[in-house]
Design a binder for this molecule. Structure first.
Ligand code: MN3
Length: 199
């Protein structure tokens, strides 16, 4: 068994004008596929690993044979992060539920406080990486992650995340990462976020 690229749950142009069609094609068809190909190559022939989910590979990263641990961390992380990312995006028009707003307010003081904490983590992530809202031991946290490091390797469950690698925004936004981050808030699949929240 090997990992395969999940289809996008919407059309490549469905997130326009916030995330452009060409970026979605390259990001999904090329970048995500490459993480999968390299993850499959790393675990090829290791039947105990081939039967594990990508989440379990990441949660158990310390037990992965040392010679492929970095590859699994990077490419397994890339596969997991992107698989989640596609599902937490959706055509514009959704709003967070009152439940999400209330939970977030308890932790971050206000909705704006949460948005600001998330945006700051995304803007300040040096170089390539992600910002994630995660749940760890039942507690919500916003944090930047370098490269393709997955919250799972941290013992945290990823809930809402933004890819701030340049490949995620450079065609449309060039060096204007903050503009891409504000656009992101228009295309969040809040129903899916809530599902991950309650899982
Ligand atoms: Mn990416």
């Amino acid at each position: 068994m090997s990992f395969a690229l999940p289809s996008l749950p919407y059309a490549y142009n469905a997130l326009e004008p916030f995330i452009d069609e060409q970026t979605m094609h390259l990001h999904h068809d090329k970048h995500h596929q490459t993480y999968i190909d390299k993850l499959n190559a790393a675990i090829a022939g290791k039947t105990n690993l081939e039967s594990m989910s990508v989440e379990d590979l990441l949660k158990n990263i310390a037990t992965i044979p040392e010679e492929i641990r970095t590859a699994v961390r990077n490419h397994g992380g890339g596969h997991s992060n992107h698989s989640i990312f596609w599902t937490i995006l959706a055509p514009t028009g959704q709003s967070p539920s009152e439940t999400i707003k209330n939970e977030v307010t308890k932790v971050f003081g206000s909705w704006d406080g949460f948005v600001q904490a998330f945006n700051t983590a995304a803007i300040n992530q040096f170089g390539s990486g992600w910002a994630w809202l995660t749940k760890k031991d039942g507690k919500l946290e916003v944090k930047g992650y370098a490269n393709q490091d997955s919250p799972y390797i941290d013992g945290a469950t990823p809930i809402l995340g933004i890819d701030v690698w340049e490949h995620a925004y450079y065609l449309k936004y060039q060096n204007r990462r903050p503009e891409y981050i504000s656009a992101f808030w228009n295309v969040i699949n809040w129903a899916e976020v809530e599902k991950r929240w309650n899982a």
